[in-house]
Write a protein that binds this ligand. Structure first.
Ligand SMILES: Cc1cc2nc3c(=O)[nH]c(=O)nc-3n(C[C@H](O)[C@H](O)[C@H](O)COP(=O)(O)O)c2cc1C
Length: 334
């Protein structure tokens, strides 16, 4: 209710600034004892009895926060108060970097979409590892999404991902290799059988704790490349996150149709669902479905398409802080 009242005003303001202010407020509240419980009370009742074990990890419910919202893991103690069954932080890069120049985050309100070209603003793996080592583990499973610094050569990618993983390995319940962000030049070119195999071999070589390692794919992959990636991941990874943002501008009005970046939210939904279906037809490995999920019907559709878990980001921006609770209640009553 309150969010609906505030939204028209919030949406007149710069999107990244609002995100920083909201995150800043939550980060301030996080260390206060009981803050997660208070946030939970304010956002309503959650659906019950939705536990699910996927890739050996027990999730209290199947709806998680997608990567990009809490890039540096500053909010992991408080975000479960919104009802998430798991959180995915990142993308974390090996070295700190500031990302692209601003503005780099845009709302397309009529489309229920977001266009972003953040470019992996990250405090870097060492700083994030330090923060995680000083915070109690969150009350829900934690995924850590790993990206590459701008300018890392393709030949250095396996080493960079493995180093990032080593620094963070003990803090995450699962890990994601992000080879699908459209905002780091060359990154998506790593979605080939040979490159992906080298990256996953390096990661599994560093994975003495046998943490689940998932591959996050682009919705813009050609069918042949998709089959190659799924084939390689079938032997070297434990699952998929499907999908990242799209570079397609279908249905996107001016002036955003010519802006660089990745599109998320409602215009991505059908494409991301279709990709889950395609991957499900190729593998039995677990899939986290993400892209354009905002209603209970979206959650059901994605699970029916073959996803084991789902995530959202853009749906939270438009639906507000009670979104996840609404979705879990519906799922529990089905
Ligand atoms: C502002 C923003 C930043 C994002 N940053 C990342 C990121 O760093 N790493 C990543 O794997 N995905 C990132 N994503 C993509 C989301 O994790 C997700 O795959 C995509 O937004 C589709 O889901 P949605 O429609 O629910 O937002 C980002 C998305 C947005 C909107």
């Amino acid at each position: 209710m309150l969010y609906e009242a505030l939204k028209p005003w919030l949406f007149t303001r710069d999107a990244e600034r609002v995100h920083e202010e909201m995150s800043g407020l939550m980060a301030l509240a996080a260390p206060i004892p009981g803050s997660r419980q208070i946030l939970s009370l304010l956002t309503g009742a959650a659906g019950q009895n939705l536990e699910k074990t996927v890739f050996g990890v027990k999730f209290p419910n199947p709806i998680g926060l997608a990567a990009g919202f809490d890039k540096d893991g500053k909010l992991i103690s408080i975000l479960p108060g919104l009802g998430f069954g798991f959180l995915e932080i990142g993308s974390v890069t090996l070295e700190p970097q500031s990302g692209n120049i601003k503005p780099r985050l845009f709302r397309l309100v009529e489309q229920g979409a977001i266009l972003n070209r953040m470019g992996f603003n990250s405090e870097g793996a060492r700083a994030v590892a330090l923060r995680l080592s000083m915070s109690p583990p969150p009350s829900v499973p934690l995924g850590i999404n790993m990206g590459l610094n701008k300018g890392t050569a393709a030949s250095d990618a396996p080493k960079a991902y493995a180093q990032t993983f080593r620094l963070l390995a003990k803090h995450g319940d699962y890990f994601v290799v992000n080879v699908s962000s459209p905002n780091t030049p060359g990154l998506r070119d790593l979605q080939t059988a040979a490159d992906l195999a080298r990256i996953l071999e390096a990661l599994q070589g560093a994975n003495s704790g046998r943490k689940p390692i998932l591959v996050k794919l682009s919705p813009d992959l050609a069918d042949g490349d998709l089959a190659d990636c799924v084939g390689v991941a079938g032997t070297l990874a434990q699952g998929f996150v499907i999908s990242n943002t799209t570079v397609s501008r279908e249905g996107v009005p001016e002036p955003f149709n010519t802006e660089a970046g990745g599109l998320s939210g409602v215009p991505l939904r059908a494409r991301a669902t279709e990709l889950v279906r395609k991957v499900r037809a190729l593998t039995t490995l677990p899939i986290i479905g993400v892209g354009g999920i905002s209603t209970p019907a979206d959650v059901r559709e994605r699970l029916d398409a073959g996803a084991d878990l789902v995530q959202l980001y853009t749906g939270l921006v438009y639906g507000g802080p009670s979104t996840v609770k609404r979705l879990t209640r519906d799922l529990a009553s089905a």
